[in-house]
Design a protein around this ligand. Structure first.
Ligand code: NAP
Ligand code: COA
Length: 266
């Protein structure tokens, strides 16, 4: 990365940071010198991330929990703060997604995504609040173009991520006077991720997605990490309640994925 940020002496925790975009974000903070905490459901993924994120700042700390379990989230963040000190940057990015037409989506399917993305974000924000460095802490929620762009086969994700953006803005208002900043980052279509494997699994869909991005390329986890480094840094000291699109202009141009092609099998 030819942009440099210095997070030495800082504590950074990435929820859902064991694969894909969020792991890329965690790796960027670790490379910038931060002491890292990381969490997701699966112990083997947590162990892999801990190994990747340990470095000069000390061993990374890993936690296996489900964001739908508020008590488990709270216990992990408490343990991290006890061992490392107040949290400087908290990134919340655990999410679930699958394409499904509303008529075929069971109430529990809708609820699962709402519980992971929206309620889970609230659990993480609420638990992190008491352990954030005040003043100076930065909380970052990972959103998606679906928050502002209606898409077929994504009613559950659109509803959940729209909620995530409102949680972000409400907490920016409630916590600003304590010197906390709360922002969101919206990734575009990011190459090699679970999310895009689920939404654009064929070469034809992949090409159509690239064509719909104004910058005419897929993004990388590093593209998203750079926005998070900015929001976590002093450079963003007066930025709060903002949602930054790291998406090549995709969300504002309609973020088109012809998900119906999946149903047609093209
Ligand atoms: P991913 O690799 O599947 O990342 C999701 C992470 O969250 C994993 O670490 C996963 O690990 C964890 N996780 C999932 N459910 C969880 C739960 N209930 N409790 C705790 N952890 C949980 O997916 P990705 O595609 O990189 O997406 C990462 C983020 O970017 C998501 O917030 C997504 O909405 C957003 N986003 C992605 C794209 C894209 O192009 N991929 C575009 C826009 C936005 P475990 O399986 O171990 O739990
Ligand atoms: N189409 C329609 N419904 C689906 C589905 C699909 N592809 N996948 C799951 N569901 C439904 C299930 O049928 C179930 O509803 P039911 O009880 O009425 O049958 C409900 O969703 C919950 O499924 P379950 O597998 O028990 O959920 P889980 O909590 O184990 O997993 C998911 C959550 C479904 C979101 C799973 O895809 C996941 O863990 N995703 C994380 C990784 C990911 O999505 N990464 C991309 C991030 S953008």
């Amino acid at each position: 990365m030819d942009v440099s940020f210095d997070f030495s002496g800082k504590n950074v925790f990435v929820v859902g940071g064991t694969s894909g975009i969020n792991l890329g974000i965690a790796e960027a903070f670790a490379a910038a010198g931060a002491r890292m905490g990381v969490a997701s459901r699966k112990q083997d993924k947590v162990d892999g991330a801990v190994a990747a994120l340990s470095g000069d700042a000390g061993p990374a700390l890993g936690y296996a929990f489900d964001v739908r379990d508020a008590d488990a989230v709270a216990a992990a963040l408490e343990d991290f703060a006890q061992q490392c000190g107040p949290i400087d940057v908290l990134v919340s990015g655990a999410a679930g997604n699958f394409p499904a037409f509303a008529k075929d989506l069971s109430p529990n399917g809708f609820k699962s995504v709402m519980d992971i993305d929206l309620l889970g974000t609230f659990h993480v924000m609420r638990a992190a609040y008491r352990h954030m460095k005040k003043p100076g802490g930065s909380l970052i929620n990972i959103s998606a173009p679906q928050a502002v762009q209606a898409m077929p086969m994504q009613v559950h994700v659109c509803a959940a991520k729209a909620g995530v953006e409102m949680v972000t803005k409400c907490l920016a208002i409630e916590w600003g006077h304590e010197g906390l900043r709360v922002n969101g980052v919206t990734p575009g279509p990011i190459d090699g991720t679970e999310g895009m494997a689920r939404l654009a699994p064929t070469e034809g869909m992949r090409k159509a997605v690239i064509n719909s991005v104004p910058m005419k390329r897929y993004g990388t986890p590093e593209d998203v990490a750079l926005a998070c480094l900015f929001l976590g840094s002093e450079a963003a000291r007066y930025v709060s309640g903002s949602i930054i699109n790291a998406d090549g202009g995709w969300a504002i141009s309609g973020a088109r994925i012809d998900l119906a092609l999946q149903a047609g099998g093209s």
